[in-house]
Ligand binder design. Structure first.
Ligand SMILES: NC(=O)c1ccc[n+]([C@@H]2O[C@H](COP(=O)([O-])OP(=O)(O)OC[C@H]3O[C@@H](n4cnc5c(N)ncnc54)[C@H](OP(=O)(O)O)[C@@H]3O)[C@@H](O)[C@H]2O)c1
Length: 234
């Protein structure tokens, strides 16, 4: 059985950087996202061994599909890690945010991450070990307008995972919450990237820190890591 790390939202931005970092360090990765072709592009990147990448087209808002996918994968793989990275936002104020946008944000960022945790947790409890990393955001402790649903989704996952952490500590399961500030990825509108990218963070550096936090072998867990551009939030 191959040990694997499941990374959601693996085909773009921070998730793609994390996926490449793990692959280049010899891990086997289950890489999931909705756009399969974009996941396949990872195979063209330097230092990627095709046999280490398991490409899984998956919408995290679909708990049945997650469960069915896992049932197939678990025949040949041991899930030692989960990185809940898939995320969406809309940059709309509460008045203008449509119900479908709000639903998508909450279902992807909050419920999707919980569905993933619920799917892999029994195996980790059984194995008496595992690592779950949630890519949250600085919005959990600072007010950003035009981010109400997004902030609710990230604060919700923060609350869920803090309770979970206490419940599974004794099972040697590490819950690591990462709180990045502005990072250069396609989640931002082009105009924002044009204006601010010089002071935003590089997703590859976020991936380096995620990887270091994941890799600690001693009885230490960095439970919360806040990452900000030196010059502060936008
Ligand atoms: N960039 C920042 O400044 C920043 C700051 C703090 C936190 N974050 C967080 O970092 C994470 C990654 O975001 P990013 O900035 O790297 O944005 P991104 O480049 O837009 O990546 C978002 C990823 O999520 C996937 N995704 C979206 N909806 C999905 C769904 N329903 N099911 C499965 N996958 C889905 C996308 O793939 P598909 O579209 O193919 O599904 C894509 O891989 C998010 O959780 C975001 O909230 C970002």
């Amino acid at each position: 059985m191959d040990k694997v790390v499941w990374i959601t939202g693996a085909n773009s931005g921070i998730g793609k950087s994390i996926t490449l970092k793990f692959l280049r360090n010899g891990h086997k990765v289950v890489a999931s996202a909705r756009r399969e072709e974009e996941i396949k592009n990872i195979l063209n990147e330097e230092g990627v061994d095709e046999s280490d990448l398991i490409i899984v087209p998956l919408d995290v808002t679909d708990p049945e599909k997650i469960a069915n996918t896992y049932e197939l994968l678990k025949e040949k793989h041991l899930f030692v890690g989960l990185i809940n990275n898939a995320g969406a936002t809309s940059f709309q104020n509460a008045l203008e945010n449509s119900i479908s946008e709000i639903k998508n944000i909450i279902e992807t960022n909050l419920l999707g991450s919980i569905y993933m945790i619920k799917t892999l947790l029994p195996e980790m409890v059984e194995a008496e070990g595992g690592r779950i990393i949630n890519i949250l955001s600085v919005v959990t402790n600072k007010i950003f307008t035009s981010s109400s649903a997004y902030s609710a989704s990230k604060a919700g996952l923060e609350a869920y995972s803090k309770v979970l952490r206490e419940e599974v500590r004794e099972n040697n399961i590490r819950i690591i919450n990462i709180y990045p500030g502005a990072t250069i990825t396609p989640i931002w509108p082009d105009k924002a990237l044009e204006k601010f990218s010089s002071r935003m963070m590089n997703p590859d550096r976020i991936a380096d820190i995620v990887y270091d936090a994941y890799s600690i072998q001693e009885n230490i867990v960095p439970e919360e890591i806040v990452l900000r551009p030196v010059k502060g939030d936008l």
